[in-house]
Ligand binder design. Structure first.
Ligand code: SF4
Length: 288
């Protein structure tokens, strides 16, 4: 059995028994570039499909871009859409005491020692992205409710780039391996943006849940300035969080400053304001 080489240590060597190559499609810049590079024959072999895990709360621009990717003559392989529910509805339900898969929101808690600002442990990526994609991959290779082989039969392509190396995470399942073709090519954000531009492709939108607390100040500002309806939506959810969430002490906020989103000036540059925190999302499933 050939073992795939570490993408940081040499050329990719595919295992022999692969029955399915599935591209994890976030419909953002990186995963779109990955899909289009496969179309152009620059990465191979051609994936059998792409899988988009829909949290139900992506910006409209992402859904529009996904529709373009699924339109005839763009990708030669199918794009499956899977879902574990609507994360926005589940967050609002959690404010009424229901069980939820937590997002990495911020808390402000009063303690005898003073006020503490903290971050809630993130479960949302696993619940809304990793598990539904994993379930779909197992179904596509006929492993639903079956014992999986102890060698890789599924290869999952993940669209993180060379400047996001900290997000590389190996699969814990023996039946599945992860592959990072942009990293194999040493491509950084600058490289893949140039690649898209040179071939005349539209610049894909930023893909992530609309109210993801990992947004940079620039990301929040873009929502506020470009789409008043989406801004009103995230401000409403942020306000609802203050009612308290099941199992969480203190007030909850979407912005790192632990203040109401509507009141954050968001005037700082990327350098001094809240930076994009998607590098903390070590699975490479969000924001790509
Ligand atoms: S984009 Fe943010 S809120 Fe959505 S699943 Fe990923 S980490 Fe969670």
């Amino acid at each position: 059995m050939l073992v795939p080489s570490n993408p940081l240590g040499g050329p990719w060597r595919p295992p022999e028994a692969i029955r399915l190559r599935a591209l994890s499609l976030g419909a953002g810049v990186q995963s779109t570039t990955l899909a289009l590079m496969a179309v152009q024959g620059e990465i191979g072999p051609m994936p059998d499909c792409a899988i988009f895990a829909d949290t139900g709360w992506e910006p409209q621009a992402v859904y529009d871009h996904l529709a373009w990717l699924r339109s005839p003559d763009v990708l030669p392989f199918p794009v499956h859409i899977v879902s574990a529910g609507n994360i926005r509805d589940d967050i609002l339900a959690a404010a009424s005491g229901r069980r939820w898969a937590s997002i990495p929101a911020y808390t402000r808690t009063q303690t005898p020692a003073g006020e503490i600002v903290g971050m809630i442990t993130r479960q949302s990526t696993t619940e809304y992205k990793i598990r539904p994609i994993r379930r779909k991959m197992r179904a596509l290779v006929g492993l639903t409710r079956k014992r999986a082989p102890r060698h890789p039969v599924v290869e999952q392509w993940i669209g993180i780039s060379f400047d996001e190396l900290t997000r590389v995470k190996y699969s814990s399942d023996a039946w599945q391996i992860n592959r990072w073709p942009l990293i194999e090519r040493g491509m950084t954000r600058r490289d893949y943006l140039r690649w898209l531009e040179r071939r005349g492709y539209p610049l894909p939108p930023k893909s992530a849940c609309l109210g993801c607390p990992f947004h940079s100040d620039a990301g929040w500002r873009a929502i506020r300035d470009d789409d008043p309806e989406e801004w009103a939506d995230v401000v409403e959810v942020d306000r609802a969080l203050r009612r308290g969430l099941r199992g969480i002490h203190g007030e909850v906020f979407l912005h790192r400053s632990a203040t109401p989103l509507a009141m954050v000036p968001l005037t700082d540059t990327e350098k001094t304001g809240q930076a994009d925190l998607f590098l903390n999302e070590c699975d490479g499933m969000c924001g790509v």
